[in-house]
Write a protein that binds this ligand. Structure first.
Ligand code: SF4
Ligand code: SF4
Length: 258
């Protein structure tokens, strides 16, 4: 999910306004089928990791160790996870088989939205709006199909609403990070490691909450505590909130120090 600060979203390349239609249909009859699953840099959001690890039936830590590489991109203050590709000439996605995507039900947000891209546009008063831009590669034949879709229909068609909402939450947290957030040690220091766990490792963060004195030091409603024990999405949202409170000093409605 890209954060966009620009005078008007209309000025963006490939922008599709709400209600406007674009042509697209992806299917196995196209000669480009699965070509977009090769030679790509696929960055995974915390929610992408959560869905993929659930789909594979493994822990977040096992998923991160087995399937990703952490990279700190130039100009960024926090590491991101890049899906590891197969070690072959055309660097195919690890989840691609002859029959298509083996992770289809749990595929990342980028794959759901491709060849479009989701973004959040902020107006000069800070009000945000979800936007979609269509940026197909030259080889994508799907954009010449007759089916028409609006951005809203496309999100629904790809079951991308939950991914969009969670990535928007994470985008808001990530946008608050500055080089000073993690102190002199940087993002690889203690603070950075804690934030990484709170964002990407739901089991690790759950253990931290329930196996430390956290609930003795912080006032958290009992119903929320019960939810945090069993609900991965609740833990992830709480992790985002925890990062804001403990790393960025932003007051929270759900976390209060005793
Ligand atoms: S290139 Fe476009 S049409 Fe072809 S498989 Fe990818 S998204 Fe579908
Ligand atoms: S996760 Fe699936 S859809 Fe996404 S790049 Fe890999 S094989 Fe393609």
């Amino acid at each position: 999910m890209t954060k966009i600060v620009q005078d008007t979203p209309e000025a963006l390349e490939g922008y599709i306004a709400p209600g406007e239609t674009f042509h697209f249909k992806c299917h196995s009859g196209l000669s480009c089928f699965n070509r977009c699953c090769r030679n790509l840099n696929l960055f995974l959001s915390p929610y992408d990791v959560l869905r993929l690890k659930q789909g594979l039936g493994i822990t977040s830590e096992a998923f991160i160790d087995t399937y990703t590489d952490a990279v700190l991109r130039e100009g960024k203050c926090f590491p991101e996870l890049l899906l590891r590709m197969k070690e072959e000439e055309d660097a195919t996605c690890i989840f691609l088989s002859n029959k298509g995507c083996t992770a289809y039900e749990h595929r990342p947000d980028t794959c759901r939205t491709f060849p479009a891209e989701h973004g959040i546009w902020f107006d000069d008063k800070g009000k945000k709006q979800q936007i979609l831009t269509l940026k197909p590669p030259g080889f994508c034949e799907g954009i010449h199909e007759s089916q028409t879709l609006t951005p809203e229909q496309w999100r629904k068609d790809q079951s991308a609403e939950k991914h969009n909402a969670m990535n928007e939450l994470w985008g808001e947290v990530e946008a608050l990070f500055t080089p000073a957030t993690f102190g002199p040690e940087g993002p690889s220091g203690q603070k950075g490691k804690m934030a990484f766990m709170a964002a990407y490792n739901v089991e690790g963060f759950r253990s931290f909450l329930f196996e430390s004195s956290f609930f003795k030091r912080c006032k958290i409603k009992k119903e929320l505590q019960m939810k945090l024990r069993r609900d991965d999405v609740a833990i992830m949202k709480f992790g985002f909130e925890w990062i804001k409170v403990f790393l960025l000093g932003i007051p929270s409605k759900s976390i209060h120090m005793k």
